[in-house]
Design a protein around this ligand. Sequence first.
Ligand SMILES: C[S@@+](CC[C@H](N)C(=O)[O-])C[C@H]1O[C@@H](n2cnc3c(N)ncnc32)[C@H](O)[C@@H]1O
Length: 204
Amino acid sequence: MAEPAAFWNRIAAKYAASPISDEAAYARKLELTRARLRPDMEVLEFGCGTGGTARHHAPHVKHYRATDFSAEMIAIAKGRGPVPENLSFEVAEFDRMELAPGSLDMVLGLSILHLLPDPNATIAKAFRALKPGGYLVTSTACLGRIWPLKLLAPLGQKIGRLPQLAYFTEDELRAKMTGAGFAIEEDWQPKARAALFLIAKKPH
Ligand SMILES: C[S@@+](CC[C@H](N)C(=O)[O-])C[C@H]1O[C@@H](n2cnc3c(N)ncnc32)[C@H](O)[C@@H]1O
């Protein structure tokens, strides 16, 4: 497949124009996250897309660093109105970012873990970068049981219609979190097959 960011650059404008599929679920995820935000927090979001969640949470923390490896997504995110001083949008691939150990209060990865080549490495990296008591907030499509997708994806990827995908079930994702050392504090799946929303805490 071509470079993974190329897929997202190509569909960025269409992605930006598409409505949120379940507004009520999105609102609840924002609320559950918001309940843990404090004005002294250093927050990093990876795979921020067009930046809606970042703009929502940034006013409630000290600094919010919103990153995505798609330059087109970041351009749209920046163009959606004035960017507050404590919010930065950056083109960056999470796995290649240098993050000081124990430097962050919260890491968010929404609709992205299933798109990464090595979700375990990403979860472990977030764990290292978080302070004790810090949170990893994720919302993830768990594709482990969707066999037709698994079979057809290579073709879709070859013709550029699908991004790279990682396959795991809900329980496997929970095990990845606890295996990395996190304690799961919030575990919510709005309906069967919907994205699994987890707030995982790095113990003190
Ligand atoms: C399905 S979109 C989700 C965007 C946003 N988080 C949301 O919930 O609407 C996935 C995003 O992750 C980005 N992405 C995928 N793989 C990435 C990687 N390895 N590093 C950084 N961003 C990545 C894509 O460019 C895209 O913007």
